[in-house]
Design a protein around this ligand. Structure first.
Ligand code: ADP
Length: 157
């Protein structure tokens, strides 16, 4: 059984993240969405909120589970017995960062493969930070995020 980990901040989840899940769900037996708990970053949504939103999204799939991790990603991946890390690529700037991370992870744990999915062009500009920016400026974000994100955001204020 090939288990894949889809790690990220998911602050908040977007339809770009959902698109990646839709595409990897038929490929792997099990997918663990791993919400990153990074004390160095100050996310807008707490780890509990991010986990809750991803769990609601995961209900649409029969092989997606949600967990969280802190520390080294490869240590987490090894601990849960997964073999593959999934990352998405949107633009050239993603590539540089992802390339460096994948090489570092490969050096730390050569038995784990990082696999990349090219963004669906419909979501190429959709990122958590763009969504937060549009929302902060009073724009409508409903076509970029799943409904649960709108609900949680409403409850925040
Ligand atoms: P991180 O802080 O780890 O980059 P994100 O939540 O921003 O966490 O992203 C998690 C993963 O999802 C990353 O690999 C990112 O490239 C990918 N991703 C985010 N948005 C999209 C999108 N619109 N299309 C494809 N991949 C995406």
């Amino acid at each position: 059984m090939i288990k894949a980990v889809y790690p990220g901040s998911f602050d908040p989840p977007t339809l770009g993240h959902v698109n990646i899940l839709q595409r990897i769900s038929p490929i792997f037996e099990k997918i663990i969405v791993a919400v990153a708990v990074n004390p160095a970053k100050t996310p807008l949504f707490s780890v509990e909120e991010r986990i809750y939103m991803m769990k609601e999204i995961a209900k649409n799939f029969n092989n997606v589970e949600v967990d969280h991790f802190s520390g080294l990603l490869v240590e987490y991946v090894k601990k849960i017995g997964a073999k593959v890390v999934i990352r998405g690529l949107r633009e050239l700037s993603d590539f540089e960062f992802e390339f460096r991370m994948a090489l570092a992870n490969r050096s730390l744990a050569p038995e784990i493969e990082t696999m990349f999915l090219m963004t669906d062009p419909a979501y190429s500009f959709v990122s958590s930070s763009v969504v937060k920016e549009i929302k902060a400026l009073g724009g409508d974000i409903s076509k970029y995020v799943p409904d649960v994100v709108l609900e949680v955001w409403k409850r925040k204020k």
